[in-house]
Ligand binder design. Structure first.
Ligand code: GUN
Ligand code: FE
Length: 430
């Protein structure tokens, strides 16, 4: 059976909102047909017949959403981290992405990527592919088989990129993208296509306009990049002088929220006008702290976005970020927010652990609907954390153990179980 009904027992932590972490020691998390029926300190009578999977003293937390990750960039993670965005794209990213014209290379690389993602703390992800349809279809097939819930995008770019990574013209790009969307929409249970203009500088107006039309026709979400780097923003001004802000370019073509569910990566330098537009259109921000460090992009004002109520989650932006770990992403988000507070704006307090945890779970999970929490009615995505290898003489309460795990996952932490929409991704029941 695809979706099981069962109970997970352990020390359960989850966030219903950004300000508070619910902790239930030795609690019961009830899953019926893949959906959470709530968390209980004592098991209600009506669930007594369900099988209990007892994780004893381990921590049980909601799965995490990586709202922005580039699958083809996994192979050069950790390399070339000394350049800014535009030079990094030209020097490292575009040459590597060109290789995905070769399906055999794509198979080798995407197998590694999807296996590692399956074994990571990520339960849901919004993924960039490349312009190549066969390789992107293969990526989708592999992603689907992981059991993770994902969106994957065939990238569109028809200008300002090397010949071997540029679609011939807007018309042919749109024709092949429409064929790809109709072939891939609803083809897989776990993986859906997403409309993916790379970013405004590599897309002509006619391409963006056509993608806006395809969005309306197929009613699929949109992902792209926004206001990541100062040179990028100047370039967008040159290319689209009629637009009063970068986000206004996407908005003009119907690719900026409203009816089109949209996630924009970065938003490090969004103007007042852009922030207001994101707020009005309910555009998601994928905050990618490690990428913003590595590419010397800057620090996104996440406290401001939280205060404005803009929907937001976290992204690794692999390979702008070198790590796939969402735990690392949480720690980095907290870290850069402290630098922002200290160096840029003393009015914007650093993120708390609760807030960063919320962003990684329910914040980003909401892009998929009811995901990222254990509240009743949510799809049951859960991680089981064994922290027994993170040794300490000090007695810690459950919240402290989780906090330590976020920082030390790679130094003694072990993922002991992973469930997505009620399905055990690691394959074997305890
Ligand atoms: N902007 C356009 N393409 C990219 C990319 O691949 N990574 C990042 N970080 N920003 C981009
Ligand atoms: Fe990116």
């Amino acid at each position: 059976m695809e979706h099981h009904s069962f109970i997970l027992k352990g020390n359960i932590c989850y966030a219903e909102n950004k300000d508070y972490l619910s902790v239930i020691d030795n609690g019961y998390l009830v899953c019926c047909q893949g959906i959470s029926r709530g968390v209980y300190p004592c098991l209600p009578e009506k669930y007594q017949n369900l099988p209990v999977i007892d994780y004893h003293d381990m921590l049980i937390i909601p799965g995490m959403t990586d709202l922005h990750i580039h699958a083809p960039q996994y192979s050069f993670r950790g390399l070339g981290m000394d350049l800014e965005l535009l030079e990094w794209l030209d020097t490292h990213t575009f040459p590597e992405e060109s290789r995905y014209a070769d399906l055999e290379y794509a198979r080798k690389a995407y197998r590694i990527f999807t296996e590692d993602l399956q074994n990571s703390a990520t339960t849901r992800a919004v993924v960039f592919g490349t312009i190549h349809i066969p390789a992107t279809n293969l990526l989708m097939e592999l992603l689907d088989s992981t059991g993770l819930k994902t969106y994957a995008g065939k990238v569109n770019m028809d200008q300002n990129s090397p010949d071997h990574l540029t679609e011939k013209d807007a018309e042919s790009a749109l024709e092949s993208t429409a064929a790809w969307l109709s072939e891939m929409k609803d083809r897989y249970p776990n993986t859906q296509p997403i409309i993916t203009p790379r970013f405004a500088p590599t897309c002509t107006g006619p391409l963006l306009e056509g993608l806006g039309r395809l969005q309306k026709e197929y009613r699929l979400p949109v992902q792209s990049h926004l206001s990541e780097n100062l040179s990028e923003i100047d370039w967008v001004k040159e290319l689209f002088p009629w637009s009063t802000c970068y986000g206004g370019v996407y908005d003009h073509y119907g690719l900026f929220g409203g009816d089109a569910k949209t996630v924009m990566a970065h938003c490090v330098y969004s103007s007042e006008e852009e922030v207001a537009l994101m707020k009005k259109n309910k555009v998601y921000i994928a905050h990618c702290p490690q990428s913003n460090i590595n590419l010397s992009s800057g620090i996104a004002p996440v406290r401001r976005y939280l205060e404005e109520g803009i929907p937001m989650g976290l992204g690794t932006d692999m390979a702008g970020g070198a790590n796939m770990s969402m735990f690392r992403c949480i720690a980095d988000a907290i870290g850069v927010s402290k630098l922002y507070w200290r160096l840029a704006d003393q009015e914007r307090k650093p993120l708390t652990m609760e807030e960063a945890f919320y962003l990684a779970t329910k914040g980003g999970g909401s892009f998929f609907g009811k995901a990222g929490s254990f509240e009743e009615g949510y799809e049951l995505d859960a991680l089981v954390l064994d922290d027994s290898g993170i040794r300490s003489a000090k007695e810690l309460d459950t919240k402290e153990r989780l906090e330590q795990y976020l920082y030390l996952a790679g130094e003694g932490g072990r993922l002991a179980g992973k469930y997505v929409a009620g399905k055990n991704i690691f394959g074997s029941e305890m």
